[in-house]
Each structure stands twice: as structure tokens, then as C-alpha cells.
Design a binder for this molecule. Structure first.
Ligand SMILES: [Cu+2]
Length: 224
């Protein structure tokens, strides 16, 4: 029984971390920062939970012995100082990783446009002879940073490709910029991340990351 649990639990955990819409199954640097932050938050929350459970157990075990000294040490150091240290470490890592996710100009940058509609996505990519428009499929080059200029035509939507980056709201009358990057060529699933009406669940799209030859062919209008 224990042996079965010992193999089933790690398999479940590992299986739960992968998949086409898994933030933890990152496929590029921007998404890797999001996943790192998630693991840091999990580690911090686990540490604090263990501390609280240990202090609670200690309180029950020592209840019978009255007049004991050392309460200030437990409350002061373990109860206040340790959460302070953990929270400061989490805040520091969130600031560093969050700063790295900010979209800024960099070499090799490609800029595309995404507009959310009820219930489809319009994309515009740079082509050899002007912008190339596509619906529900966004084409990008692999191994290069891409800025997605995100807007909406009707209500608020959310642009989210979990394996490539974090979420960004698509707001009517406003452009938000999100930095995404695919380390390798591939196909990545996207999902609207803001409830946008009856067919919100079906408001999906796809990102195709091309190798250099495929990207050049797409820009010449020879792509799929
Ligand atoms: Cu939507």
C-alpha cells in the first residue's frame, strides 16, 4: 500500500505540472520566471505552514507545565521573525522576477498585435509586404522576444498562453503590452483569462512558434 502511494503521488504531482495549459510546464524565459515565482511562493507557504503546525503542536504538548520561561523566544523569534524573513525573501524574489518580465525594447524584438472579440482573436504579424492578419492563430519566431500589443473590440478579455508568459488583460480603448518568448519552435495553446460572456470557455487560440526558415516563409506569405 505504502509502496503504491510512494509511486502514485510523485507521478500525480509530475503529471499535474505538465500539459498544454500548464504554467509550470514553461516553454520560454518569460513563463519560466512565472513558474519560478510560483515555486518560491509554494516553498514560502509550506515553510510558514510547517512553522504554525509545529508551534500549535508545541503549545498543546506543553500546556500542562505551568510557569515555564522562554515564551518570548518562541513568540518573538519563531512567531514574528521567521515569517518576516520568509515574507521579505518572497517579496525580494517577486520584485526581481517581476522587473525581468517588464516589456522593454531589446535586440531581435518582434511586435505583433492581438485584439480580443466575442469570441475570437484577431492577430496582426509583421510581413514582408505589410502586416499579415490571422484569426485565432498567432505566428511568432522561436528564440526571439515578442511584444504582444493587446486590446479588445467589445468587452474585457484576457490574453494568456500559460507555457509562454503570464496573463494580460485586453481592455477596449487601451493597449497593454506583454512580452512572450518561445525557446523552441512548437504549438502553444492560449485561453481567454477574463470572463467575457457566454462562450468565454471556448474563447481559445493558438500560438505557432516557427524556426527561422519557417518564420521567413510566413512573412513572405507562404506560411500555413
Ligand atoms: Cu474572452
Amino acid at each position: 500500500m505504502l509502496h503504491a502511494l510512494g509511486t502514485a503521488v510523485p507521478a500525480l504531482v509530475a503529471g499535474g505540472c505538465s500539459g498544454p495549459l500548464s504554467t509550470l510546464d514553461s516553454a520560454g524565459p518569460a513563463a519560466r520566471d512565472v513558474a519560478t515565482l510560483w515555486w518560491a511562493m509554494l516553498a514560502g507557504a509550506t515553510l510558514l505552514t510547517l512553522l504554525v503546525v509545529a508551534l500549535l503542536a508545541l503549545a498543546f504538548l506543553r500546556r500542562a507545565r505551568q510557569g515555564e520561561t522562554g515564551a518570548a523566544l518562541w513568540i518573538g523569534w519563531l512567531g514574528l521573525a521567521m515569517p518576516g524573513v520568509v515574507l521579505l525573501a518572497l517579496l525580494g524574489s517577486a520584485l526581481v522576477l517581476g522587473e525581468r518580465m517588464i516589456a522593454r525594447s531589446e535586440p531581435g524584438l518582434v511586435v505583433v498585435e492581438a485584439t480580443g472579440h466575442q469570441w475570437f482573436w484577431d492577430f496582426r504579424q509583421p510581413g514582408a509586404e505589410g502586416a499579415i492578419a490571422t484569426r485565432d492563430v498567432l505566428h511568432i519566431p522561436a528564440g526571439r522576444p515578442v511584444h504582444v500589443r493587446i486590446a479588445a473590440a467589445d468587452v474585457i478579455h484576457g490574453f494568456w498562453v500559460p507555457r509562454l508568459a503570464g496573463k494580460m488583460d485586453a481592455i477596449p480603448g487601451h493597449v497593454n503590452v506583454l512580452r512572450i518568448e518561445a525557446a523552441q519552435p512548437g504549438v502553444f495553446e492560449g485561453q481567454c483569462a477574463e470572463f467575457c460572456g457566454l462562450d468565454h470557455t471556448g474563447h481559445r487560440f493558438r500560438v505557432i512558434a516557427h524556426d527561422e526558415a519557417g518564420w521567413a516563409a510566413f512573412q513572405r506569405g507562404e506560411g500555413p
